[in-house]
Ligand binder design. Structure first.
Ligand SMILES: NC(=O)C1=CN([C@@H]2O[C@H](COP(=O)(O)OP(=O)(O)OC[C@H]3O[C@@H](n4cnc5c(N)ncnc54)[C@H](O)[C@@H]3O)[C@@H](O)[C@H]2O)C=CC1
Ligand SMILES: O=C(O)CCC(=O)C(=O)O
Length: 347
């Protein structure tokens, strides 16, 4: 099983359960050999010191070390966790079971992490967006983007879209939001965030409230933060023509219906954000083989997996005459059902 560990105040058992289920279908959609998992701690990581985070992570690992394993459950980063968190889990786990590089993915590269994993979810989102837009004869360089969340996924997606000539017109995070209809200078915004820890005060755009981001004028909206942010309160006001779900379950069922009726095309999470777990799979393979790939190979393989999955998804939608979310779930559930039947577990 595979999935991230989340540190966030809203983490609870129901949410982790739902996120683990999404991982089951996600890994099947991109056809990598895992089931789904997820873990989390209800806490506010920004309010904890580095040494408190380390102690929390080590005690958590002491509690779960018998549940995880390189062939049973392999954690990775999610919201509020990062490569450092994975390094602590690896170190603590190794005290019980011996040195096991493949016990976590998304580790620091210096500790056996894969080149390209940190950027992989955002990069995968960009590959997915390119594949979707190509279906409509469009290109990133001709489109405007609004991005909610400027953490690992949002910042990397923004950076790569900007590099490809796309115009990122609005960005938000927990500290606020900034917009510029002529396009934000993303490298400058990244430097500003690095230096100040906030989006506030960025001179290259106008400040706005975080909530406004979702209804901002743009072609493509990319939610990269929490679940349930698109709901019946705001769905009707969304102006984007395309939504690429980089976050997990950002669109609730009411919003899904409202947006579909408005003709908004939604690229679902279990495909759109699968680049992260795909490169996690590459990291696990590299650790087991004891052979590091170069970054070019990682990105080339990632593109191959994302493009192949998009074609499978599109064919599923065509043969079942359904939208992309239904197509993605049908693809994932069918693969799991087929494996289940082949093992003789048919009811
Ligand atoms: N890290 C990964 O590899 C993957 C992450 N995801 C999903 O992507 C989403 C983001 O994850 P990460 O970037 O890793 O987390 P992160 O912790 O690095 O960043 C989260 C970002 O969301 C922002 N945020 C939080 N609440 C907000 C609000 N109310 N309004 C606006 N922004 C808000 C934070 O300020 C931060 O910029 C999550 O839903 C996660 O499950 C999905 C696949 C893989
Ligand atoms: O990289 C991984 O193993 C998990 C990534 C993740 O948590 C997700 O796709 O939601």
């Amino acid at each position: 099983m595979k999935g991230g560990i989340r540190y966030h105040p809203e983490v609870d058992l129901d949410e982790v359960n739902a996120l683990a289920q999404l991982m089951t279908w996600k890994t099947a959609v991109v056809d990598i050999p895992y089931g789904g998992a997820k873990g989390g701690i209800g806490c506010v990581p920004k309010e904890l010191s580095k040494s408190e985070l380390e102690r929390l992570t080590r005690v958590f690992t002491q509690k779960i070390h018998d549940l995880i394993g390189i062939n049973t459950d392999v954690p990775a980063p999610d919201m509020g966790t990062n490569a450092q968190t994975m390094a602590w889990i690896l170190d603590e786990y190794s005290k019980f079971h011996g040195h096991s590089l493949a016990i976590v993915t998304g580790k620091p590269v210096d500790l056996g992490g894969s080149l390209g994993r940190e950027a992989a979810t955002g990069r995968g989102v960009v590959y997915a967006t390119e594949a979707l837009l190509a279906e409509y004869g469009k290109h990133i360089k001709d489109m405007t983007f609004a991005i909610q969340g400027f953490g690992n996924v949002g910042a990397w997606a923004a950076r790569i879209i900007h590099e490809r000539g796309g115009k990122v017109v609005a960005v938000s995070d927990i500290t606020g939001a900034v917009k510029n209809q002529n396009g934000l200078d993303i490298p400058a915004l990244l430097n500003h965030k690095e230096a100040t820890g906030t989006l506030a005060g960025f001179s290259g755009g106008d400040a706005m409230s975080s909530d406004e981001l979702l209804t901002q004028e743009c072609d493509v909206l990319i939610p990269c933060a929490l679940g349930g942010v698109l709901n019946r309160e705001n769905a009707d006001s969304v102006k984007a023509k395309y939504i690429v779900e980089a976050a997990n379950h950002p669109t609730d069922p009411d919003a899904d219906e409202i947006l579909s009726k408005k003709g908004v095309v939604i690229l679902p999470d279990i495909y759109a954000n699968a680049g992260g777990v795909t490169v996690s799979y590459f990291e696990w393979v590299q650790n087991i083989q004891g052979f590091m790939w170069d970054e070019e190979q990682v990105n080339r393989e990632l593109k191959k997996y994302m493009t192949r999955a998009f074609h499978n998804l599109k064919n599923m939608c065509k043969s079942h005459n359904c939208n992309l979310r239904m197509g993605a779930f049908t693809l994932g559930v069918n693969r799991v059902a087929r494996a289940t039947q082949l093992r003789g577990w048919e009811a």
